[in-house]
Ligand binder design. Structure first.
Ligand SMILES: [Zn+2]
Length: 284
């Protein structure tokens, strides 16, 4: 192995180090509103008001979070006073350690609970000072230097603590992971996510007066994209419901959707979307 490595030093070095994250790319979506992709973790947002700015989500690691702040400094001299978290997944919150301490960090109360349990792992202990210090239970309005932001919670969906970040004057919505394109929706059952709640939440989002929707892992979406997503979920729900009525087992339902067989029982396993639909629709 050593000789092979000596001969192929570059290839071995490349294999030994993690791939560098793609650089951050910033795009304006409305006056004073931007989204960023790249770095490590999910897409993030920036809202610039008079004398202050807010960021939406915080990347996966401190380095990317610092790169994100460097990009914000190119957009505005205003300090980031507020961080809004769409939910508790690591690719949205673990970069918090790259932000200065003492910021206002706003999230749903259930997101705070999920972060507390994740950060109680000793390996994550450095993040404990970054638990949200302002929690939302239903919905809440924020004012970031004159820019109105509505934080909306429509019940558990992707997780139990999803916040939809709606900028009514800008007609922009930040969705977190409530919408994926080109793959099945992601429901975190271990965070009390539910497909029925996702359908309800998508309907509420579609009722908002907005034209641009920023999801955590997609290019900017339009209402038609979300309508298509909702319809595809509803079609799958209808098919699963009728198979349950015919007395089909979970494995039969999964096969009907062409899903790969469930792995043999073993370690903890997260249910896929069809399994979630089956459970949520009362399959036994
Ligand atoms: Zn997520």
């Amino acid at each position: 192995m050593w000789l092979a490595c000596a001969a192929l030093w570059l290839a071995c070095a490349a294999a030994a180090w993690p791939q560098a994250s793609p650089p951050l790319r910033v795009e304006r979506i409305a006056e004073g509103v931007y989204w960023m992709q790249g770095g490590s973790g999910a897409n993030t947002g920036v809202v610039i008001g008079r004398g202050e700015a807010a960021a939406i989500d915080a990347k996966t690691d401190a380095e990317s979070a610092r790169a994100m702040q460097a990009e914000i400094r190119k957009l505005t001299p205003n300090p980031v006073t507020t961080l809004i978290l769409t939910h508790s997944d690591g690719d949205h919150v673990n970069g918090l350690a790259g932000f200065p301490r003492g910021l206002r960090i706003v999230a749903h109360g259930n997101t705070r609970k999920d972060m507390e349990s994740a950060f109680s792992d000793p390996k994550m202990g450095g993040l404990l000072p970054y638990l949200p210090n302002e929690t939302v239970e239903g919905s809440q309005r924020l004012n970031i230097g004159g820019v109105r932001i509505e934080l909306l919670h429509f019940g558990p969906a992707h997780t139990q603590g999803d916040l939809v970040v709606y900028l009514p004057e800008k007609k922009v919505v930040f969705l977190g992971d409530l919408a994926f394109i080109g793959r099945d929706p992601l429901i975190h059952r271990h965070k009390n996510g539910t497909s029925l709640g996702l359908v309800r939440t998508l309907k509420e989002i579609l009722a908002l007066d907005a034209g641009t929707f920023i999801a955590g892992h997609a290019a900017p979406l339009k209402k038609a994209d979300l309508q298509g997503l909702l319809s595809s979920i509803q079609e799958k729900q209808a098919k699963v419901r009728s198979l349950i009525q015919q007395g089909r087992s979970l494995e039969e339902v999964r096969t009907a959707f062409g899903a790969a067989p469930a792995p043999a029982a073993g370690g903890p396993r997260r249910p896929g979307f069809i399994e979630i639909l089956y459970q949520d629709l009362g399959g036994k």
